[in-house]
Design a protein around this ligand. Structure first.
Ligand code: XMP
Length: 429
């Protein structure tokens, strides 16, 4: 069954996702699109039942007034104009607003509440088959939640036309490449190619301290590695990616500037030879997990904590060195072990360590030491747009501190980051 859609049009509000989610929670699928969408683009979207024009604080961008395109106004679809920029409404106002939205969606647009994962998967499987035909698809399988769910979706849609490529860029967590090989090659029977590209990445990153530059290097090097693999495989036309909705929003829209570029959105090289397949790009993180479960992936995989594409590279702050990178990897392994021992695994959304580029004085074996600190970050969130800090019990922190300062080479201090998002982001870079 085709699912009904309501389009949320971005007229300069920073709260488009809030509206989109609110309608999805009523059981109707939504997509957010820019104000200047063309007739051609609009005609490619099926089953549109109505349009919500969402105005907000960014009404004028670079001197140009943000107005809905003619295509939208002449589409002959029901239109609701709202001005929702996130100021705290009174509960009574909020009830009225939600009531108005319900009436628009169900009475005016006559949309069916048929947004559920089964329908989403059915539609995506059809879209993937239509896009790909009998072509071959390469997937960057990092082993994180997003790429694992994409792999499962693609295996369902096109089976053996998919080749998963796992690149070890040297920025993975301890034991991760081995785990990916075991789960996907051995248990799921996927077509998996393992590429050891550790030196290639670390050589390119040598001396590069700027976070955005690091991300761009990692992103473009990633694509080049795939291009090399694709050439070996012959006739690969498509590249699948686990891009999800927050990645797209944080890379900036036409009315809101980028917070930071994500490697799988902003960093593609210009000479890219692939057409992209991104079936999760309209899903929020919690919906991606739900999709994974509906596809039959094990809970342990679906609820595994997220891991950024640039990996430990953005947690080895500043210019990456091999020894400091090892300190990140080893301290992260200890943190994960101790969280599991304390029964916190799966309860905290994301937890990791990072090592900044500073040294401090300490004392070890009656001698002066001059070594790095390890910073622990542990946060909870629903969609990664905002986050609160986990209240890790002090005794757990003490055990972790003892282990890190005694087992990790070059580390003499452990700190706990108490900053929520905002003001901080989850990662430090
Ligand atoms: P921030 O630091 O933006 O992180 O609050 C939000 C979530 O996104 C992850 N993250 C990334 N994921 N490529 C990714 O695929 C990236 O460049 C990237 N940067 C951050 C981060 O780990 C957190 O879960």
């Amino acid at each position: 069954m085709k699912q009904d859609k309501i389009l949320v049009i971005d007229l300069g509000s920073t709260r488009n996702t809030y509206i989109a989610r609110e309608i999805r929670e009523l059981g109707v699928y939504t997509e957010i699109h820019p104000h200047d969408i063309s007739t051609d683009e609009l005609s490619k979207i099926t089953n549109i039942k109505g349009i919500v024009l969402n105005g907000g604080e960014n009404r004028v961008v670079d001197g140009v007034e943000i107005k809905p395109s003619e295509a939208l106004m002449e589409a002959g679809l029901p239109i609701l104009s709202v001005d929702f920029d996130g100021g705290m409404p009174w509960p009574k106002e909020e009830c009225l607003r939600i009531q108005r939205m319900k009436e628009f969606v169900f009475d005016t647009c006559k949309a069916e509440p048929n947004w559920n994962m089964e329908n989403f998967i059915t539609e995506q499987v059809a879209l993937i088959r239509e896009q790909v035909g009998d072509g071959k698809v390469l997937l960057a399988l990092s082993g994180g939640v997003d790429s694992s769910v994409v792999a499962a979706l693609l295996i369902k849609a096109i089976g053996k036309q998919l080749t998963c490529v796992h690149v070890n860029h040297g920025l993975l967590r301890k034991g991760e490449p081995e785990e990916v090989i075991r789960v996907f090659r051995e248990e799921m029977g996927a077509n998996l190619v393992y590429v050891d590209a550790v030196d290639r990445f670390l050589d390119k990153l040598e001396g590069v301290a700027d976070p955005e530059e690091k991300r761009l290097i990692i992103g473009s090097e990633f694509i080049r590695v795939f291009e090399d693999e694709a050439r070996k495989l012959e006739d690969v036309k498509f590249l699948a990616q686990g891009t999800i909705y927050p990645d797209i929003i944080e890379s900036g829209t036409k009315t809101v500037k980028a917070v930071k570029s994500h490697h799988n959105v902003g960093g593609l090289p210009e000479d890219l030879e692939f057409e992209l397949v991104e079936p999760l790009k309209m899903l929020f993180k919690d919906e991606v997990r739900e999709c994974g479960l509906a596809l039959g992936l094990p809970r342990s995989m679906v609820f595994r904590q997220p891991f950024p594409g640039p990996g430990l590279g953005v947690r080895c702050i500043g210019a990456i060195t091999r020894d400091r990178l090892e300190a990140v990897r080893e301290s992260d392994a200890i943190l994960r072990e101790e969280f599991a021992m304390a029964g916190m695994e799966g309860k905290v959304w994301q937890y990791f360590t990072l090592v900044p580029e500073v040294k401090s004085v300490g004392v070890r074996d009656h001698k002066r030491s001059f070594e790095w600190p390890v910073v622990i970050r542990a946060v909870n969130t629903v969609d990664a747009m905002t986050a609160t800090v986990e209240r890790v019990p002090y005794d757990v922190l003490e055990i972790i501190t003892h282990r890190i300062t005694h087992e990790v080479k070059g580390v003499n201090r452990v700190l706990y980051d108490l900053t929520p998002k905002p003001v901080g982001t989850i990662e430090w870079e």
